[in-house]
Design a protein around this ligand. Structure first.
Ligand SMILES: [Fe+2]
Length: 241
C-alpha cells in the first residue's frame, strides 16, 4: 500500500486478492463453526443417552418422523438440517427433569406435571448457549404449543408457532402413541393415524398432519426396517418396542 497526498491507495489487484482471502477465510470459519456445532450436538446427545436411554431413542424416531414430514412439504436441504437438529434436541431439557418424574410409570400429580412441563424451556436454555443452535432451541421451546392455542409454554396459536415446532409436535405425539413402554403396549400405526386426524385442526396443524401421513405411506412402501439419522450417520430400528 503506498501513501500519496495523504490518501491511501490500494492497487485493485491487491484489493481483489485481499477480498478473496477474506471470503475464503469466512467460508473456512463457517465450516469450522458448523463442525464445532455438530461435535457439540453429538456430545450433548451422548449425555442424554446416558441419563435417559428411552428419551434418546424417542428423539431419534421423532427426528425420523419429522424428516418424513419435511420431505413431503418440500423443505430445502438447509431447512431439513435445521428440522433434524430441532427434532433431535426437542426434549434435551429432560436432562434437567428429576428421574422420579421422568420415569414414573403411573399418572403424574399436578405438581409433577408442572415440573415435566418445564422441559421445553430447559431445552431452549441449554441450546441457546451455542449461537448456532439458538434457532434450534426456539423450535424445541415451542414443541408443546397447540394449533388451537391451548398448548404451553406461551399458548401461541396457528402459524405463530414455528413450522418446525408444529411438525415436531405431531412426530412426538405419534411416537408416544406407538411406542411400547413397560406399562402399556404401543398403538398400531393405523390407529395412531386416526388419532392424529381426529385432532387435526385443534391440536395439530392440518397441513402437517396430511404431509406426515402421506410421507409415512410412502415410507411403508419402501419396506425398510431401519431409518438413518444423518447427524450421527447411524441407523436405528423403526420398531419402537
Ligand atoms: Fe416434549
Amino acid at each position: 500500500m503506498k501513501k500519496t497526498n495523504n490518501v491511501f491507495q490500494i492497487p485493485s489487484f491487491t484489493t481483489a486478492q485481499a477480498l478473496l482471502t477474506l471470503a475464503a477465510e469466512g467460508e473456512r470459519l463457517k465450516i469450522e463453526n458448523q463442525k464445532m456445532a455438530e461435535m457439540m450436538a453429538r456430545t450433548i446427545l451422548k449425555a442424554l443417552d446416558c441419563k435417559d436411554h428411552y428419551t434418546f431413542g424417542h428423539s431419534m424416531r421423532v427426528a425420523y418422523f419429522s424428516l418424513v414430514t419435511g420431505s413431503e412439504l418440500g423443505l430445502t436441504e438447509d431447512e431439513m438440517k435445521e428440522l433434524e437438529l430441532s427434532a433431535i434436541f426437542h426434549d434435551i431439557g429432560k436432562i434437567g427433569t428429576p428421574d422420579q418424574v421422568l420415569n414414573k410409570p403411573s399418572r403424574l400429580t399436578e405438581e409433577e406435571f408442572a415440573i415435566m412441563k418445564q422441559h421445553p424451556e430447559l431445552s431452549y436454555e441449554i441450546l441457546k448457549e451455542y449461537p448456532s443452535l439458538e434457532k434450534i432451541g426456539l423450535n424445541a421451546r415451542y414443541h408443546h404449543e397447540r394449533y388451537d392455542g391451548r398448548g404451553y409454554p406461551e399458548g401461541m396459536k396457528g402459524e405463530e408457532i414455528p413450522l418446525f415446532a408444529r411438525i415436531i409436535l405431531i412426530a412426538d405425539t405419534f411416537d408416544a402413541m406407538t411406542s411400547t413402554r413397560p406399562y402399556r403396549k404401543g398403538l398400531d400405526y393405523s390407529v395412531a393415524f386416526d388419532e392424529l386426524n381426529q385432532f387435526s385442526g385443534s391440536q395439530f396443524d392440518p397441513k402437517c398432519v396430511t404431509a406426515f401421513i402421506e410421507g409415512m405411506r410412502k415410507e411403508s412402501l419402501k419396506g425398510e426396517d431401519e431409518f438413518l439419522i444423518p447427524l450421527l450417520d447411524r441407523k436405528f430400528s423403526k420398531n419402537a418396542a
